[in-house]
Design a protein around this ligand. Structure first.
Ligand SMILES: [Mg+2]
Length: 231
C-alpha cells in the first residue's frame, strides 16, 4: 500500500471509547429519576437499534440526540419502571449531555504513538465520524487534534456513514483522491462498506476479536496498520 497518502480514522471505538460503563449509566439515570436501577443490568445492543432504525441518519445534532434518547428511554422502560415519558426523556437527555463532556471519553493507549508515527511517515491524517458537532472540541481536549488535518462529523455536514456523501465531503475538503486514502474503523457496515461506496480502501479494527471472517484487512491495534502501509 505504498500509494497511501492519508490515513482517515473513525472516532468511536477506533480512537476513543466511553469511560462510562453500564453501572455508571444506570446510576446516573436512577439519580435523575430518584430511583435505583440494578447496576448489573446489561444495556441493550445499541448497534441493533441503530442499524435497524437509524442507519445513515446520524446527520444532525438533533437526530443524534433523538436516537440516544429513545434508546435509553427503551432501556429504562424494559426495567418495568413506572415513570412518565417526559421524565424518562429528561433523564436520557441529561445523560446525553453528560456524555458530551470530554472527561467521559478515553482515547485508546496506542493513539498518540500511532498519530506521531503516521505523521513521521509524511502521511496526512483526518477523522470521519458519525458524531455530533461536539466531536471537534472532544478530540481537541484529548490532544488528538494537533496531528489531524481535518475532522468531519456527520452532524456537521448533514450526511452519515455508510452514505458516500460524508466520505466525498472529506476527500474534497482535503484535496485527496479516494485511492490515496486508507480508512480505519470498527464497524464493517458503516466504516468498511461505507468507505468502499466512495472508492476508499478500508481496514477493520476489531480490538476484541469478535468479527466474523470479513473481506478486508483486520487489525487488533491501530499500530498494526503501519505494517499494512509499509508492506
Ligand atoms: Mg466506530
Amino acid at each position: 500500500m505504498k500509494s497511501v497518502r492519508a490515513i482517515i480514522y473513525d472516532a468511536g471505538h477506533t480512537l476513543l471509547r466511553p469511560r462510562l460503563e453500564p453501572p455508571d449509566i444506570w446510576d446516573f439515570l436512577g439519580g435523575q429519576l430518584g430511583v435505583e436501577f440494578a447496576r448489573e443490568r446489561p444495556l441493550p445492543d445499541s448497534g441493533y437499534y441503530y442499524y435497524r432504525d437509524m442507519m445513515g441518519e446520524y446527520d444532525s445534532d438533533a437526530r443524534a440526540r433523538g436516537f440516544w434518547n429513545s434508546y435509553y428511554v427503551k432501556a429504562m422502560q424494559a426495567t418495568g419502571i413506572d415513570e412518565t415519558d417526559d421524565n424518562l426523556q429528561a433523564a436520557a437527555n441529561a445523560l446525553h449531555d453528560w456524555f458530551q463532556q470530554p472527561e467521559q471519553w478515553l482515547i485508546f493507549p496506542e493513539v498518540p504513538e500511532m498519530l506521531q508515527r503516521v505523521q513521521a511517515l509524511g502521511l496526512r491524517q483526518g477523522v470521519i465520524s458519525d458524531w455530533g458537532t461536539d466531536l471537534v472540541p472532544l478530540l481537541h481536549a484529548h490532544d488528538v487534534s494537533d496531528h489531524l488535518e481535518f475532522v468531519v462529523a456527520s452532524a456537521a455536514v448533514g450526511a452519515a456513514k455508510p452514505h458516500p456523501d460524508i466520505f466525498h465531503y472529506a476527500l474534497a475538503r482535503a484535496g485527496l483522491s479516494a485511492n490515496e486514502v486508507l480508512y480505519i474503523g470498527d464497524s464493517y457496515i458503516s466504516d468498511v462498506l461505507g468507505a468502499r461506496t466512495a472508492g476508499i480502501a478500508a481496514v477493520l479494527i476489531d480490538r476484541e476479536q469478535r468479527a466474523p471472517e470479513v473481506d478486508c484487512p483486520v487489525v487488533t491495534s491501530l499500530l498494526d496498520v503501519l505494517e499494512l502501509i509499509e508492506s
